[in-house]
Design a binder for this molecule. Structure first.
Ligand code: PLP
Ligand code: COI
Length: 339
């Protein structure tokens, strides 16, 4: 079957695809799970996800290679992160193998929607794990649902690999230091909506958050991690904080930068006052891929990186990362899972 989609024009929008995977946890165990053609779910009104936000999600992509095959990028890392999020919210873990098998099933079942090689578009998978069933007090659910749905997507930030302006959300926090910032849970994103709206309405790609204790060091973007490359082009630095999401893209970039481009890499504190150290900066994530940061506005100060264009190393790392993801460049062992 061929589907009628203008792959080059895809943004990051919902599309109701034919199949999703659904599995339930009850009485201490997961069922086998199955594909469903129903995009709507029915859950009890007392479900803790609805009241108390007991739920977590993930985001990963399937890529079409030049030879037409389809592959997932590091789904084991998303599975492990979902387990960490589950632990944080007292939810049962989804076994790693079950997660990967479900991601493959959904990709295969919707294969016509995996965008063609060369369009830059991908099939984005959205796993969710939620607490369901009749409850009213603040306590963990007794039943859970694990679901993965999919959509073909293009760039998350307008234009994709295009230098983008960001603004520091100095009067907002995304997550508390000992809270849920390091987990991929919905409340962090609900908390980012106001700052995100402000940023978008003022022409910025998104907001950048500072650490919630001193409002001094960079945390991350509302939807991606931050990295900077020093002006001597020797070091790639990225923030270290308990309240940012451990980005799989970020760890992949750190490894690529070190092993393939000989950069020193470090997770460390990065002061918002030290942006002069960097001549290149970027936002990285599954949806964002690598989005070069042209400038960061902080109060009255607008800091431009380099000449505001995509930096040379940022571009090299982008090409290497996406080359690996689309199967054009040899991947480090264990990064690619054929579907
Ligand atoms: N930070 C936040 C807040 C995110 O939502 C995401 C997206 O998943 C990331 C960072 C990037 O993480 P990853 O590279 O694992 O997609
Ligand atoms: C992802 O990159 O997968 C995310 O979950 C970011 C999301 C805010 C779209």
């Amino acid at each position: 079957m061929t589907v009628n989609i203008d792959w080059d024009k895809l943004g990051f929008d919902y599309m109701n695809l034919p199949y999703r995977y659904v599995s339930y946890w009850k009485d201490g165990q997961w069922d086998d799970g199955k594909l469903s053609e129903d995009a709507n779910i029915t859950i009890n009104e007392g479900s803790p996800i609805l009241h108390y936000g007991q739920g977590a999600f993930e985001g990963l992509k399937a890529y079409r290679t030049k030879s037409g095959k389809v592959q997932l990028f590091r789904p084991d890392r998303n599975a492990a992160r979902l387990q960490n999020s589950a632990d944080k919210l007292l939810m049962p873990e989804v076994p790693i193998d079950k997660f990967i098998d479900a991601a493959k099933q959904v990709t295969k079942a919707n294969e016509d929607y995996v965008p063609p090689y060369g369009t830059g578009a991908t099939l984005y998978l959205r796993p969710i794990l939620i607490g369901i069933g009749p409850n009213i007090g603040v306590s963990p659910a007794k039943e859970y649902m694990f679901l993965i749905f999919a959509q073909p997507v293009g760039p998350y930030f307008k234009g994709g690999m295009v230098p983008t302006k960001f603004i520091v959300a100095d009067s907002f926090d995304r997550a508390a230091h000992f809270g849920t910032g390091g987990s991929k849970v919905g409340g962090n994103y609900a908390a980012s909506l106001q700052a995100g709206k402000y940023a978008h309405e003022h022409g910025y790609g998104d907001a950048i958050y500072l650490d919630p204790i001193n409002h001094e060091t960079i945390e991350e973007v509302g939807s991606a991690n931050f990295f900077g490359i020093t002006t001597d082009k020797k070091r790639l630095l990225t923030p270290k904080s308990p309240s940012i999401l451990p980005s799989i893209t970020k760890y992949s970039i750190l490894q690529i930068a070190k092993e393939r481009f000989g950069l020193e890499t470090e997770e460390t504190k990065i002061s918002i006052h030290d942006l002069d150290e960097f001549s290149e900066a970027g936002a990285c994530g599954t949806a964002a891929v690598i989005t070069p940061i042209s400038s960061i506005t902080y109060g009255d100060d607008v800091h431009t990186f380099g000449d505001g264009q995509t930096g040379e190393l940022t571009e090299k790392i982008y090409n290497e990362l996406t080359g690996i993801q689309f199967g054009d460049v040899e991947a480090p062992e264990g990064w690619i899972y054929p579907v």
